[in-house]
Design a protein around this ligand. Structure first.
Ligand code: AHR
Length: 655
């Protein structure tokens, strides 16, 4: 076929970003504000995947601190310099704590220092100028040897040394503080017995002095800060499939995560063995980050707690083991007890446990998830039992129910039909799909039933290659597709009440799943373009939806401009979000209908030259929001959206 030259030239110009397409008009009906926006609309999905808790948010730096891994010396190695003679054994007689009974016995003939090293979670990260609290439970067995503990840098340089001595023949806790002389993300420690004799050693721990809110045994502050900066409306925890377990015996049981950390029984992490292509044999749950700490974190960062409980079903991608319906009572009781733990008076059984952990006031929980990503009649049967009891005793709690792993398949449709019939409160939808799915689904909720259950878009993430591909990247293309999709959630926030990206964290040297909202190494947290998108929505939430009409778009152009708008009554500003997910700029005319005058304003743009752009630890702000002043002369103005961009305008108005 012969094509006219002018046509070919135009196509080439467009491909090169050279030929401007006709302007799209974005009309915001400021005079007719719509439904209120849920203050908890934009939130966080947390799961202990990718070393998210142990080796991540939970700031403990020693791996296998209690020698409880099935291979009890995993993470540890015997340190036996040439002249040293000694023996390491792992025992469980007369333990320090019966819930975590194993400990190490170090015996030395005193010829030279002899002992153990610990590699941390893919190394131990320390900063010069900060202090690190070392502690261990020690019991003397023979002689009066002392323990020398050394912090080594990755290159073998000694960064600091401390000593523990004067042990007795009963278990006691000894502490010392390291002041590293250098910053190093890949340190390790040596625990060396000096002198002839033997000691028992357990619960070997190293914590940064600077944790979030400087709590002893607390959370990594850089990681929590990234969460706080999201302005999250809610925090869903502890997952994810981890709630379900591959078999019921390995499900997440919140009651086992309370009290002193030494009492919390170690459990294998399902992500240890879930993906054979990304095995993590050293991945376990210490529960140092347990339910009390999750609630406390919610309070710290102003997020509503949304715990998800096992509903008597193990992961349906694994065993799919079911608790028989006539044996479900303990699972439902766990839910009732959790409500009492979170909200009951300090005099109640479970409220007293909360108070004993230092929080007499209730945590004010309003949301509770029944099951994670379950599907089928088996789920409906179990959800129904939970809902009957909880709604009867606690009508104040809104229940989140599951609709399977895919927000469009037969399992999903079945769940919606059944849950609609049961008048479910909120249905949790999950979408892991290619960027095009997110662009195509920006109008997904326009036609949803306004009188049915509400929606929680509880797990979404655009996949640059394919679901479960290890090549998936957190690139700008995915972030912009998500931004386009989120405009649809925002425009429909009378139906879509909450949304969160998933998963949240991944350690660069220990991940199982990609993409993720935030990447970490042993010292730093990297904010992805996807993070910035969710943060911009949360930081510019507003209180009322404003109707938006997009016009003058041809079918081909429809994918070029996505928009949503809200009104912020506190600041008196119209907030307009505009996405151009293509490599060409897009001319628009914005019309704020019903507005007489505009005052001060800002324009924040997230953009890069290339849709493949990603942030890295070397270039962490390659794709980051840039804010400038913005003052159009009149309520109707022209605006060119840069190629590959997400723009947020805030404009003070008077009507
Ligand atoms: O976010 C990772 C996993 O994806 C979650 O554990 C699960 O709910 C979903 O399948």
């Amino acid at each position: 076929m012969n094509m006219p030259r002018s046509f070919i030239a135009a196509v080439l110009l467009i491909a090169a970003g050279g030929l401007p397409l006709p302007a799209a008009t974005v009309t915001v009906d400021v005079a007719r504000p719509g439904a209120p926006i849920n203050p908890a609309m934009w939130g966080i999905f947390f799961e202990d995947i990718n070393f998210g808790a142990d080796g991540g948010l939970y700031a403990e730096l020693i791996k296998n601190r209690g020698f409880e891994f099935p291979e009890p010396l995993m993470g540890w190695a015997t340190l036996s310099p040439s002249k040293a003679k000694g023996k390491i054994s792992v025992r469980d007689d007369a333990p320090f704590n019966a819930n975590n009974p194993h400990y190490a016995r170090l015996q030395s003939e005193g010829t030279a220092p002899f002992g153990l090293s610990n590699e941390g979670f893919r190394g131990i990260g320390v900063r010069q100028g900060e202090s690190y609290v070392f502690s261990a439970r020690v019991r003397s067995v023979a002689g009066t040897p002392k323990l020398t503990v050394r912090l080594y840098g990755g290159d073998g340089t000694v960064l600091d040394t401390v000593e523990l001595k004067d042990f007795t023949n009963s278990w006691e806790r000894y502490t010392a503080t390291f002041q590293p002389k250098d910053t190093d993300p890949k340190c390790w420690i040596a625990v060396l017995l000096e002198g002839k004799g033997a000691v028992d050693l357990d619960f070997v721990s190293l914590f940064p002095g600077k944790t979030w809110k400087n709590r002893a045994g607390g959370l990594r502050s850089d990681m929590v800060q990234a969460l706080a900066d999201l302005h999250p409306g809610f925090l869903r925890f502890p997952g994810g499939c981890i709630v379900e377990g591959s078999v019921l015996a390995r499900r997440y049981q919140w009651k086992n995560t309370l009290g002193a950390v030494e009492d919390r029984k170690l459990l294998i992490n399902r992500w240890n063995y879930e993906f054979l292509h990304r095995p993590a044999p050293d991945y376990f749950q210490s529960f140092g980050l347990g339910f009390f700490e999750y609630f406390q974190l919610c309070e710290d960062i102003g997020a509503q707690p949304l715990p998800i409980l096992n509903c008597g079903m193990a992961c349906q991608f694994n065993s799919g083991e079911l608790c028989p319906l006539d044996q479900l009572e303990p699972y439902i009781q766990d839910a009732l007890d959790l409500i009492e733990f979170a909200n009951g008076p300090a005099t109640s059984t479970w409220g007293a446990k909360r108070a004993a952990m230092g929080h007499p006031e209730p945590f004010n929980m309003k949301l509770l998830g029944v099951g994670n990503e379950q599907w089928g009649q088996e789920y409906i049967d179990r959800y129904t039992r939970f809902a009957q009891v909880i709604k009867d005793k606690h009508p104040e709690i809104a229940l989140v129910s599951a609709a399977g792993p895919d927000s469009g398949d037969a399992r999903f449709k079945f769940a919606w039909e059944k849950l609609r019939g049961l008048h479910a409160d909120i249905i949790d939808e999950h979408s892991y799909a290619l960027p095009d799915w997110f662009l195509d689904n920006a109008h997904r909720y326009d036609g949803y039933d306004r009188n049915g259950p509400k929606v929680f878009m509880g797990e979404y993430a655009a996949q640059s290659v394919a679901v479960l591909s290890t090549k998936n990247r957190n690139n700008l293309s995915c972030a912009l597709a998500e931004a386009a999709f989120l405009t649809g959630l925002e425009r429909n926030s009378d139906v879509v009440r909450m949304a969160s990206y998933a998963p949240l964290f991944a350690h660069v040297d220990a991940w199982q799943w990609t993409p993720n909202l935030l990447w970490t190494d042993n010292l730093r947290t990297l904010r992805t373009p996807n993070y910035h998108v969710q943060a911009l929505f949360a930081q510019n939430r507003g209180d009322r939806i404003l109707p938006v009409v997009l016009s003058q778009l041809s079918a081909a152009e429809e994918k070029r401009v996505y928009a949503s708008s809200v009104f912020d009554a506190t600041t008196g500003e119209v907030i307009l979000k505009l996405v151009n997910a293509t490599p060409q700029s897009a001319a628009t005319t914005v019309d704020l209908a019903g507005v007489q005058h505009l005052s001060r304003g800002t324009m924040t743009v997230l953009q890069a030259d290339n849709l493949d752009a990603v942030n890295t630890f070397d270039a962490p702000d390659r794709v980051a929001p840039r804010e400038t002043a913005f003052s159009p002369a009149a309520p109707k103005f022209d605006l060119t959206l840069p190629a590959n961009s997400f723009t947020v305008l805030r404009m003070g108005i008077s009507k």
